[in-house]
Design a binder for this molecule. Structure first.
Ligand code: TLP
Length: 340
């Protein structure tokens, strides 16, 4: 099976498992785990922030950030297909009691003018707008990268309006590799940044939230409240630290594989996709003859796993455990299924 469902499916490499097996650990809820501390320091450094906190998932870092930035009844501005809104189980409503004001971006990227149009005047009739969330790269946007100038313009409008900014950077690593813009240069526009180790970086578990010290202390409280305080978490943090140190630059390979896959698929009948739109490791395509669920079931039979992400859309994601020959084989499977 060639598993292109997500970059979350990777297994730890032997070197990563060794680092995990040998990691010094302690009770992290009591502040005693040296490996978690080392990871948090390393992430803060990479993102150019004073502090960071390790959490079990990207959902928890995002939702803890939203909770720490807001009060119930506030409103947050999010892109209509952003992960925090689309895929986090109603977290903003359930955990923070906030309203979501949706802005529809172009492949997940919205403009400063769109943000300005979504702002509400201070008036007791309205919820208080408090936070703007950006997702880079954007998952449902097909791994699209936010141009840094657009980030700067959006951030300026947010600042002028007294809003805070959160970056869902689950795949910020991919954006940094493809643009050559370091993660910290993106992070500088945001009060909080969430990054994941369990996607393209290939670690088994975990995400981190970075920001100012006071903010991270507050988020740490919500991590505990949401049930994310972990004990000898150094075992998994060691995998994340190994991934952070050794697996960032190789993401370029995943991007090459995604582009090659997209170029081959774009030529097939029954698929609509613009290979020029594939910037990182996610290939989103429309299927035109059969329902996406049917095509994905047939692909499974043929030996390729992909996700149906809508009635007529499929997503294929490249990652650490997919080699160049796997791409060739996947293309052949697609050809067989589509020609059947
Ligand atoms: N994305 C997963 C699924 O939840 C859709 C995937 O397979 O792509 N932010 C972004 C942009 C994400 O893509 C994800 C995971 C998360 C946050 C949440 O991370 P986890 O799964 O660790 O909670």
């Amino acid at each position: 099976m060639i598993d292109l469902r997500s970059d979350t499916v990777t297994r730890p490499t032997p070197a990563m498992r060794k680092a995990m097996a040998e990691a010094p650990v302690g009770d992290d809820v009591l502040g005693d785990d040296p490996t978690v501390a080392a990871l948090e320091e390393a992430v803060a450094e990479v993102l150019g922030k004073p502090a960071a906190v390790y959490m079990p998932s990207g959902t928890m870092t995002n939702q803890s950030a939203i909770r720490a930035h807001t009060e119930p009844g506030d409103e947050i501005v999010v892109e209509a297909e952003a992960h925090v809104y689309y895929y986090e189980s109603g977290g903003p409503a359930a955990l923070s009691g906030v309203m979501c004001r949706l802005v529809s971006g172009n492949r997940g990227v919205f403009t400063a003018a769109q943000l300005r149009a979504a702002l509400r005047p201070a008036n007791p009739h309205f919820p208080r707008t408090r936070l703007v969330c950006v997702e880079n790269t954007h998952n449902r946007g097909g791994g699209s990268v936010w141009p840094i100038d657009t980030v700067a313009e959006v951030a300026q409008v947010a600042r002028e309006a007294g809003l805070r900014l959160h970056l869902d950077g689950a795949r910020l690593w991919n954006a940094a590799v493809v643009t050559g813009i370091p993660e910290r240069d993106y992070a500088t526009f945001f009060d909080s940044v969430s990054v994941c180790f369990s996607k393209g970086l290939g670690a088994p578990v975990g995400s981190a939230l970075a920001g100012e010290r006071d903010f991270i202390a507050r988020a740490r409280r919500f991590r505990k409240q949401f049930g994310g305080g972990m004990r000898q978490a150094g075992i998994i943090a060691a995998g994340a630290l190994h991934a952070l140190r050794h697996h960032r630059r190789r993401l370029a390979e995943d991007h090459d594989h995604a582009r090659r896959l997209a170029e081959a698929l774009a030529g097939m009948s029954g698929i609509r996709l613009d290979p020029a739109a594939v910037q990182t490791n996610i290939v989103v395509m429309r299927v035109t003859r059969r329902a996406a669920s049917e095509v994905s079931a047939a692909l499974r039979e043929a030996g390729v796993l992909v996700h149906a992400t809508g009635p007529d859309t499929l997503r294929a994601v490249t990652h650490l455990d997919v080699g160049s020959e796997d791409i060739d084989r996947a293309v052949e499977c697609f050809r067989r299924v589509l020609e059947a």
